[in-house]
Write a protein that binds this ligand. Sequence first.
Ligand code: SF4
Ligand code: SF4
Ligand code: SF4
Length: 256
Amino acid sequence: MKYGILIDITRCIGCYACEEACAQRWGNPITEAHKLSSIQNTAVIDYNGVYVSRLCMHCEKPTCASACPVGAFQKTSLGPVIYDPSKCLGCRYCMQACPFDIPKYQWDKLNPKVTKCDMCYERIKAGNVPACVEACPAEARTFGKRDELIEEAKRRINENPETYYPHIFGLKEAGGTSVLYLADRPMQKLGFKANLPEVPLSLFTEQIMSKIPGYIFWGGTLLFGIWWITKRRDEVQRLQRKLKEMEENNKKENGK
Ligand code: SF4
Ligand code: SF4
Ligand code: SF4
């Protein structure tokens, strides 16, 4: 049984209750940044009065999982894509591979890990709904079985053709996702990438990995080697800091 979340952008009033509920659930501070970060696993972004919630899409065939060399990501039978920080070696291939730019990294921590939404997996297993869904006062987020959410989305589009752009985003994008969107316009006008293929991007992991800048690729490979051969965390951390420095220098050189 696969669950998911249907996000109806036309209903969102921009109250940020979902952001706060998510922050509380993770023990993160409440921030006014409204931007995905290592302390924000869902963010409501204001596009001139249209509020767009962003969070992990919980892809049906997640590229983060296929790119991770140590299996730190897992697509569960209930739908959520979960992450095991104890397995993570810090190579950040998942960040490079994700088509939705979701995983973030705790650059400021001594033993940094990747962060992202887990669809409140523990709550779902216990028969509850995700914290952000429970907190939403406008029913802009609906939790349920993915198949039923798709039927509900179709019903809303059919019954209110003047309200909705006739497309369920996530039905097929990137091979399908457990987080689905309805809006009054194409999601490409609300910050999502255009032309996402309908086949799972995990099939193209090797091509995606080949586009990773050399210093990240070899840096990650080096981390992998050091981690598994010596298990010396301090050495891995030193290399992570070095990689960050190289990335920042690279960004400056490219004027980003
Ligand atoms: S959106 Fe990105 S992080 Fe989330 S499951 Fe898909 S590939 Fe993984
Ligand atoms: S499902 Fe849970 S972890 Fe994901 S955005 Fe909502 S509250 Fe945060
Ligand atoms: S809680 Fe609901 S209405 Fe408020 S910002 Fe989040 S999705 Fe929108």
